[in-house]
Write a protein that binds this ligand. Structure first.
Ligand SMILES: C[S@@+](CC[C@H](N)C(=O)[O-])C[C@H]1O[C@@H](n2cnc3c(N)ncnc32)[C@H](O)[C@@H]1O
Length: 347
């Protein structure tokens, strides 16, 4: 497996056995050329070729952590009034009530709407294009049927299975805990997380009702999908419906650049993470040869104004974002424009 030192420039590629999970010795051991760079507080690993994917043997008994769901208005915990356990199959008709403001949240066929305006009949809001685009039925349908695959061709994304294998190194300290797949889209990672058996609870969260519907359908199509402790939640990344310090890990695949305010989002992620909890995310960075493109900063400002999408120009920006939001131990893995970052809530 891959080991990354934060303090210096040392990286290891030796297989290890943790108290939680034993990875098979061939996991992630070959086809890599690692190049280390270091700054005072961060480290970068460059991924030059595709990692091999191998099986993971789970030795730890996962235990169910307590319900982290909170009212998006008050941030206080929600009482489940109808079902003892929430799962994708019991969401329909489930009712959750805020212990403080008494607001009730009711599950529909596919998900639980935990946006602040959930239930408002005569009020609606629209988000920037980078959020609204994914709410359309067409893009939601196409997402896993070709759209996501273009990220590999154009942006160096290794693809969901390999990205999951890569992030396991970062998630190792929290395996067995709960994980939020923030901005899950059609749930390609949420489903991998649930099927891996490595987490006590998986919350697939997105702002797009249609993406969540796609995720629901993909889950229903799978035989023997572990539906227990797997739920779909609609929420805004800048208003996360979780109790503070209740979440072990937040994953955000290919989403940072879509968020209207990455700092509001990462601050929220930092709030909900428990001490030692891990944030892992992927996005792309236009540096290297892109740095020579004239007016790149002006271009990125225009893109932000028109679409709401953020273009990152350096790893330092992402590190500064995490640090500003109270996350420490920034690390990243690069493959061309693709970057996987990780940072943690201080213990
Ligand atoms: C490019 S997709 C990424 C999907 C998936 N995580 C992946 O790795 O392919 C970006 C996702 O971010 C979601 N998103 C955009 N703005 C959001 C917001 N304000 N709150 C929550 N999710 C948001 C979109 O609905 C979309 O599903």
């Amino acid at each position: 497996m891959i080991g990354i030192s934060v303090t210096g420039i040392m990286y290891t590629l030796s297989p290890t056995i943790s108290s939680f999970t034993r990875f098979s010795p061939t996991f992630f051991t070959s086809n890599f050329r690692l190049r280390a760079s270091s700054s005072s507080s961060s480290s970068t690993t460059f991924l030059d070729t595709n990692p091999t994917l191998d099986s993971v043997v789970v030795e730890k008994e996962v235990t169910r952590s307590s319900n982290p769901l909170a009212c998006p208005v008050c941030y206080n915990s929600l009482n489940w009034t109808t079902h003892h356990a929430l799962s994708i199959d019991t969401i329909l008709g489930s009712s959750l009530q805020c212990r403080t403001c008494q607001k009730a949240y009711v599950g529909n066929q596919t998900h639980l709407d935990l946006t602040a305006i959930s239930g408002a009949k005569n009020y609606g809001e629209s988000m920037p294009a980078s959020t609204e685009l994914f709410r359309t039925p067409l893009i939601s349908f196409l997402y896993e049927r070709g759209w996501r695959q273009t990220f590999s061709v154009l942006g160096g994304f290794p693809g969901p299975e390999k990205e999951f294998e890569m992030m396991k190194g970062f998630l190792k300290p929290i395996l067995g805990g709960n994980i939020i797949d923030a901005s899950c889209g059609s749930g390609l990672f949420s489903r991998l997380f649930a099927k891996s058996g490595l987490f006590s609870m998986v919350v697939a969260l997105d702002y797009s009702e249609n993406m969540l519907r796609q995720c629901y359908e993909f889950v229903q199509q799978e035989d023997n999908f572990p539906k227990e402790n797997f739920i779909l939640v609609r929420a805004d990344i800048a208003r996360l419906p979780f109790v503070s310090s209740s979440v072990d890990a937040v994953h955000a695949g290919a989403a940072l650049h879509c968020w209207p305010s990455p700092s509001s989002a990462v601050a929220e992620i930092s709030r909900v993470l428990r001490p030692g909890g891990v944030f892992v995310a992927t996005t792309y960075i236009l540096d290297g040869p892109f740095s020579a493109v004239p007016f790149l900063t002006t271009f990125r400002r225009s893109v932000k104004q028109v679409s709401g999408s953020c273009i990152f120009l350096s790893e330092r920006e992402l590190e500064a974002l995490c640090k500003a939001c109270g996350l420490v131990g920034f690390k990243c893995i690069r493959n061309g424009p693709f970057v996987m970052i990780s940072a943690a809530k201080p213990k």
